[in-house]
Every structure is written in C-alpha cells, then in structure tokens.
Design a protein around this ligand. Structure first.
Ligand code: NAD
Ligand code: TYD
Length: 350
C-alpha cells in the first residue's frame, strides 16, 4: 500500500507516470501536485481524472508551508518527484526560474518529507526523477554510467545536478530513503512542442521551417516515454534505497538524421511526395554551450532489475506521429497563447 505524492503529474513524463500508477495500482492513492506552468496541462490526464485513487492538487513545490500541510493531510508514504523546469533553451534565457524550481523546489520537498517521516523512515520512498544531462557532454565514444562524474554545462543540467546532490545529501545526512534515476531524452505523446521531436512534427503539419541548431551533428539517446515510466515503476518497487539507476534506450541519433527520419515517416503518413518535408529543414544559430553527445549505459538497470526498453525507435516514432496527427486539438490548445510568444522570441531572427 502506498499514498504517493507525485509532483509534476500534469507534465509530459509525469502524466505518463501518473496514468501508469493509477491504472496499475488501484490499491495505491496518487496525489498529483502540479503548479500548472506552461508545461503542465490537465488535458494530459483526462482519461484518468475521475479514477477513485487519483486526486489533483494545484500548488508550488517551492512553498514549504503548503508542502508541510499537504504531507500532514495525506500521510504520504512515497514521493515521485517529476516537477521541474525542463527545457534547456528556456534555462539559457531564464536561469533563475530553473534554480528556483529545480533546486529550491526539490530542497523544500526533501525537507517536508524529512519532517513528515522523522522517526519512521521504514517503508518510505523519496524517488527523484533526473536526467542524463547532469553528466555533461560526451565525445564520439563512451557512455554515461552511474559512476560518471557530474559535469553539467547548461543552467538546466546544473540545476538538476544540484537537486541530485541535495537528494543524496539527505540520504547520507538524515537517512531519508531516496532513489534516483537519470534518464536519456524521452519522446512520445503529450510532449510539449518546444522540444525537438514534437516541434518538428507540429511544424511539418503546418508546413513551417524545421530549425536545426548548428550542423545537426549533436547526438541524443532517445527513449519512448512509456518505457521510461515502466523503468521508474521497476526502480520504485525493486530498486535499492540510496542507489542511482541510469535509464536509456541504446538508441543514438544525430539530430539531422532523426529529423530526416521524421520527415520520411510523415511524408508517407500524410500522402506527400517523398522528400517534401525535408525541404523544410533550416539550419539556425547553434544553442549556446550545446552538449555534443549524450549516451546512457543502462547495464545496471538491466542486470539488477531486469528492465529493457520495449519499443524500437522507428516503431515508437511512428506511434508518436500517429498520436499527434490524431490529437490536433491538443496541439492547437498548447500552441496558442504564451507558447506563441515564446516561439516568436526563440526563433525570431532565424
Ligand atoms: P515538463 O516540463 O513536461 O513537466 C514539468 C511539470 O512540472 C509541469 O506539469 C509543470 O507544471 C510542473 N511544475 C513546474 N514547476 C513546478 C513547481 N514549482 N511546482 C509544481 N509543479 C511544477 O517536464 P518533463 O519533460 O515531463 O520532465 C519531468 C522530469 O523528468 C523532470 O525532472 C526532468 O528533468 C526529467 N527528465 C526529462 C527528460 C525529457 O526528455 N523530457 C529526460 C530525463 C529526465
Ligand atoms: P531538446 O528536445 O531541447 O532536448 P535536450 O536539449 O534536452 O537534449 O533538443 C534535442 C536536440 O535537438 C538538442 O541537441 C538540441 C536540438 N534542437 C534543434 O536542433 N532545434 C530545435 O529547435 C530544438 C528545440 C532542439
């Protein structure tokens, strides 16, 4: 039995994780705490919002008094911490927002859990969801393991690295029962269209340029979001307290090859002549401090807990495109208003 505080459940990964836990564990109670920033959208959870074991609470993880009251009201036995500012480009224009939410917010959550669980840490779990970007940038060879030294290089990854360190500090100092996982780039349904894959799908649908930073040679290791949620489920239930697990797809793509694959599949699905969407590819100014390559070694997760990704990339991308094509209303809702302002600012000269 668990009563789980799941933060950031209205976001991309959080909504998939909420759905998985609400459906798979009807005996658990899941309380989704989300501030509903531009990235949080309750439309992501429409299919489970009336489930008896699910509750939504609007609130901010940086508000310690609010968190104390929430812990007192619900007697949580576990935290699944997904809430964060998550987009590297936004962290370059507004680093303080990332320090506030990712560092101060995680610190506040740790403190609230420590206070609520003082004297009885038995059967409690504080699970912190993190990223492979904390490890920095790889050259052409090698992989990130759990032992790779942290070397964050963007305000986003530095804020996530800080929060990871703080989680470990609470484990060593106060014996808070923590778990951490560091995952590679996710893709799939409900992904906000400021990130590369949903942005390109959106722009291909609307016949708009596909902005490729620099030469498009940067490499990311892509994992289908439901596979990430499944890995979190495995670590939550079977992972060891105090341990870190890397999660990745062994699925490396240069940005340009990935966007070309998207174009190929979308031409087919939209009945367009081969090569039509590729003509939209536009090389733009590179991201400042753009990390060259991320690649995860997920051997520990495979050997200790038996997790492997279920989907091949071409299949995952095909499912993802189909979802976006079938959910044009969702896309229209999230690409109006504030997003439009961000988009114009980010790409205005390019
Ligand atoms: P997202 O930006 O889609 O969602 C973040 C959610 O957090 C939103 O619902 C937002 O409203 C909420 N939130 C933001 N600030 C908050 C605050 N102060 N209080 C309460 N809620 C707040 O992010 P995502 O892509 O789903 O990422 C979720 C987590 O997974 C993050 O911690 C991220 O670092 C990590 N991660 C993401 C990826 C990826 O590829 N997206 C990969 C590895 C790890
Ligand atoms: P992104 O989806 O922002 O994830 P992250 O930076 O966290 O890996 O970007 C993925 C890659 O795509 C990254 O190398 C930056 C690049 N990119 C572009 O080339 N053009 C774009 O418009 C965006 C948003 C990203």
């Amino acid at each position: 039995m668990h009563t789980i505080l799941l933060t950031g459940g209205a976001g991309f990964i959080g909504s998939h994780l909420t759905r998985l836990f609400v459906k798979k564990y009807p005996q658990y109670k899941i309380v989704n705490l989300d501030k509903l920033t531009y990235a949080g959208n309750l439309e992501n959870l429409r299919d489970i919002e009336n489930e008896a074991n699910y509750q939504f609470v609007k609130g901010d993880i940086t508000d310690l008094d609010f968190l104390r009251k929430l812990f007192a009201a619900h007697q949580f036995t576990a935290v699944l911490h997904c809430a964060a500012e998550s987009h590297v480009d936004r962290s370059i224009t507004d680093p303080l927002a990332f320090i506030t939410t990712n560092v101060l917010g995680t610190g506040s959550l740790l403190l609230a859990a420590k206070e609520a669980w003082a004297g009885d840490m038995e059967n409690k779990i504080f699970y912190h969801i993190s990223t492979d970007e904390v490890y920095g940038s790889l050259g052409a060879a090698g992989f990130f393991t759990e032992e790779t030294a942290y070397d964050p290089r963007s305000p986003y990854s530095a804020s996530k690295a800080s929060s990871d360190h703080m989680v470990r500090a609470f484990y060593h100092t106060y014996k808070l029962p923590v778990k951490i996982s560091n995952c590679s780039n996710n893709y799939g349904p409900f992904h906000f269209p400021e990130k590369l894959i949903p942005l390109c799908i959106h722009n291909i649908i609307n016949n708009k340029p596909l902005p490729i930073y620099g030469k498009g040679e940067n490499v990311r290791d892509w994992l289908y979001v439901e596979d990430h949620a499944a890995a979190i489920d495995v670590v939550f239930h079977n992972g060891k307290i105090g341990e870190t697990y890397n999660i990745g797809g062994h699925n490396e793509w240069t940005n340009i090859d990935l966007v070309k694959e998207l174009c190929r599949q979308m031409d087919e699905k939209l009945g367009k002549e081969k090569g039509t969407s590729e003509k939209l590819i536009t090389y733009v100014t590179d991201r400042a401090g753009h990390d060259l390559r991320y690649a995860i070694d997920a051997t520990k997760l495979k050997e200790e807990l038996g997790w492997i990704p279920s989907l091949q990339f071409e299949e995952g991308i095909s499912k993802t495109i189909d979802w976006y094509l079938a959910n044009s209303e969702w896309l229209t809702h999230v690409t109006s208003g504030d997003y439009q302002k961000y988009y114009n600012q980010q790409y205005h000269n390019q």
